[in-house]
Design a protein around this ligand. Sequence first.
Ligand code: GTR
Length: 417
Amino acid sequence: MKAAILLIISLFTTVVYAQQNVNYDESKVPVYTLPKLLEGSKGEKISTTEQWEKQRRPELLELFTSQVYGRTPTGKIDVTYETMVENPNAMGGKATGKQVKFTFSNGKKKIEALLLIYIPNNITGKVPVFIGYNFKGNHSTTSDITVLYSPTLQLIKGPDHHDRERGTQKSRWNYDKIIDRGYAVATMCYHDIFPDSPELKEYSILSLFPGYGPEVTVPDEWQAIGAWAWGSSRIVDFLETEEKIDGDKIAIMGHSRQGKAALWAGAQDERFKIVISNNSGCGGAALFRRKFGETIAVINKNFPHWFCNNFLQYNDRDEELPTDQHQLIALMAPRKVYVASAENDLWADPRGEFLSAYHAGKVYQLYGLKAIDSDEMPKIHQPIMEDIGYHIRAGEHDVMDYDWECYLNFADKHFRN
Ligand code: GTR
């Protein structure tokens, strides 16, 4: 019965998407001109890293804030940390597992979130770390029976939903490989920060901030992607207090909607030294102006709670957005950034993801760093690992062992020398 209902829901979703006017034909990609990276808003040439950092970078950050993701409040929310479980012999003894409850509070209201961390045991000294949100609860990332259920999942999925089964998303979190390669890993369920539904905003972190109301009142008011990005920075705040974690070697990895949030987090918070967007598509790495796969109108319709209200004005007018996503990727410079696509993930526009990583290169070159040197897409499973990284792998929209293998190689290259 459960399976039948799920099948109906997924068929319905497919039909809804199919009805929308989505282009998958490369020959129908419009001719477009990308907004300039190295030219200021008044047409000034940007030719030094100083001009980039003092002028152009803040200008672009402001455009992404006001037109796309919304404004992250600068005020602080109190947070306390409580270690719920500590297991020095996790993963057959090779890791220490820790589960820490974050309690965010504004004095009147509290929101709880649960972080799961595994730290390799056989390394003396500090270790680099990958952080990333999971979609279905910390318990879904492992068969480790000590891992607690993430608190907010039940708001989204009822108590007997199959997502409550342990280990359902294990294949996306190859903890063995990560620990064996000498990295720590920290994950939280993204619903803990903003349960992913427009109806559940009152349970999100947004509701703790001054001026919060259920309706959006300001056109650049932040929404779910802004909240998820904010939450990743709070994970960094905590990890900086962890003795075994090297706070100078923090990588963030986000898949799909979390790939969008990871890029937005990396743009705002320079403590992320490697930013990885896995199959992030529209509103992530893909160039809006290609209008291939998901477009602004489609994403705003299906996910009205992700972007700020100003973004709605670009529905069916993607080319009028004053920014494009190569500029978002360039905001990571001179830190390292990696974009990954999947061959069959046309909804996310693999070529558009690649091209924004390519076009961001101009800013990396300003720093004397190595960008992607050709606008020819690399072949399947031929990763590019310069200061900007990119790969396309066979298969579907997902996070697979191959992706982790590449991310670990990229991190080895930049964190280990
Ligand atoms: C899709 C959405 C994409 C992507 C994806 C995901 O339905 O259209 O933009 O975010 O969800 O997060 O898996």
